[in-house]
Unconditional design. Sequence first.
Length: 291
Amino acid sequence: MAWQELNITVPHEYVEPISYLFSRYGKGLSTELAGEGRVLLRTYLTTGSRQRMAHIEVGVKLVGAIEPIGDLNIRDLPDDEDWMNSWKSHFGILRIGKRLVIKPTWLELDSTAGPEDIVIELDPGIAFGTGYHPTTATCMEAMEQHVKAGMTVLDLGTGSGILTITAMKLGAELVTALDIDSQAISAARRNFRRLGINKQIRLGQGSIPHPTAPTGEFDLAVANISARGVADRCPFILTALKPGALFIASGLLMTQKDEVAGAVEPLGFTLISEWPQEEWVTLLYRAPENP
């Protein structure tokens, strides 16, 4: 059976949608830093997978219509090339914040790893949430600073589950993880089971309000979704939070800060801190003590 390698170099902010296309329609996914602000993505297909190739090509064109992202390159592989193992060499260890380390399961930590590091293992081929997107990285930085042992956490738009896993690694006692996409739920479930933390996580499909997110349940909520998603869901997020709890809002462009503030602050949320990266920003709010 003949195989092809598909690769494309994209800005950080387009890693997530292209990763989704490659994960859903390709075989395997690798990410590799390719210079400042850019990431090289790879996946593989058999030469006869015309429908899957068409889905990827259309998706890349749609993303490229928003902003130029580079060309989709296709390379025929020699019969003797073991792509199922060789593509793993393109993965590396990614450090975020002061202590967080994202590590592919087959790699060993290097000599720079210290006893204080918090290691988050993820398998390749996950649909969303690689840690390379600025909003995912800044959410993790915010969580590193504010998730404390014993907290209850709401992860809205969990994707691969990377932020839920981060919360658990930082000491959260219980996490509710929600996503509207069934592919994301499947990816998250696999990661939770592999890590043996699925019994401490309530995983559900949908958004809030949701039966797994009771009123006044959470010490911290993180929503890495979009400005519109944050604006639409913030009343329900407030209901799910304890008085004075924390809310990390992300998936936001810097130009959308006012839009989010206009929806969140009238509810009594107070802006505490922010993490800008490139044209994106993650915002930290505190819920009112007496909503």
